[in-house]
Design a binder for this molecule. Structure first.
Ligand code: GPP
Ligand code: MG
Length: 291
């Protein structure tokens, strides 16, 4: 494991170690025309790559047809932003002098919200060079490129200094990596008492293995959804002690119901709704402290 990589030396070969990582990077580098994420992002410039929580306003499905699509998109965006707010609520007290890391930062939405809320430095890492460029352009536009920076780095091996982060989060990105490797790196990066917050979809050990709907989600995103148990085993093995666990499944179902009726539905709505409703899959938040 190298601990000296910098952005200047972040080459494909140093960041992308495996064929799988190269395939995931290629997916996010080429998937640039995604109205479900771009149209929502255009609402206020926060581009998310995660889902939403909370009840939607049913009036968006009614009223004048000429404004219906726009109202649905704004409502979906509101629910996705609410999800990121709940994630940030769980980071605890963060001072402007602290440093935060976004593991799998996508187009930067959650990182900008964290900076707005805490006023501190935020570093996002992603293995998609397209996403790095997109998010850094948004940082310049927002005038925060001195404190919010996105890097072409692998969250399994970031190269940042040990103990330099007060908080780290992963917003729906852990299904792309081995959790033991990931939490070994996060444990190294977090200072003592630092907080890690994860929002993820995970399958249910109680109902058994990967259900058909969960497999369809994996296939759709080229990911590998973990069982719920794996998160707690990998955290325990790496000095991350859970302080809060929230089952957000019931709160995310309305988002998927609205998304299924929206003009930006992608076809993955039905597997999500089936998996959540049958109980084979959970939408989970875990907050843990580094000890
Ligand atoms: C959504 O991103 C998240 C993932 C790709 C990881 C899978 C998540 C699980 C909870 C299983 P996105 O916003 O790019 O997806 P979409 O384009 O479908 O909105
Ligand atoms: Mg999305």
């Amino acid at each position: 494991m190298t601990t000296t990589s910098t952005d200047a030396t972040s080459t494909d070969a140093s960041v992308l170690r495996t064929d799988y990582q190269r395939a995931v990077a290629a997916y996010w580098n080429t998937n640039r025309n995604d109205p479900v994420n771009l149209e929502l992002g255009h609402v206020d410039g926060l581009y998310h790559h995660h889902y939403g929580i909370g009840e939607y306003d049913p009036s968006v499905l009614e009223g004048p047809p000429e404004t219906r699509d726009d109202r649905i998109i704004r409502e979906m965006h509101r629910l996705e932003t609410m999800q990121a707010d709940v994630l940030l609520d769980n980071l605890g007290r963060i001072a402007p002098t602290d440093r935060l890391m976004d593991g799998g930062s996508g187009r930067g939405g959650t990182s900008f919200m964290a900076h707005q809320r805490f006023g501190c430095r935020v570093d996002g890492v992603t293995i998609s060079e397209y996403q790095v460029g997109f998010a850094n352009e948004r940082a310049s536009e927002r005038g925060v490129d001195d404190t919010v920076r996105f890097h072409f780095r692998n969250m399994l091996d970031t190269g940042f200094d040990a103990g330099c982060m007060r908080g780290i989060w992963t917003n729906e990105t852990t299904m792309y990596v081995d959790l033991f490797e990931l939490y070994a790196e996060f444990s190294r990066l977090l200072s003592f008492g630092g907080r890690y917050v994860c929002i993820t979809g995970c399958y249910n050990d109680v109902t058994g293995g990967r259900s058909k709907s969960v497999s369809r989600i994996d296939e759709h995103y080229t990911c590998n959804i973990h069982p719920r148990s794996e998160y707690f085993k990998a955290m325990a093995a790496n000095g991350l002690v859970p302080i809060n666990v929230l089952d957000l499944t019931g709160q995310t179902i309305p988002y998927w119901e609205l998304r299924a009726k929206s003009p930006v539905a992608t076809g993955i709505e039905e597997p999500f709704l089936t998996a959540y409703r049958e109980g084979s899959f959970h939408y989970l938040l875990i907050a843990a402290d580094r000890v």
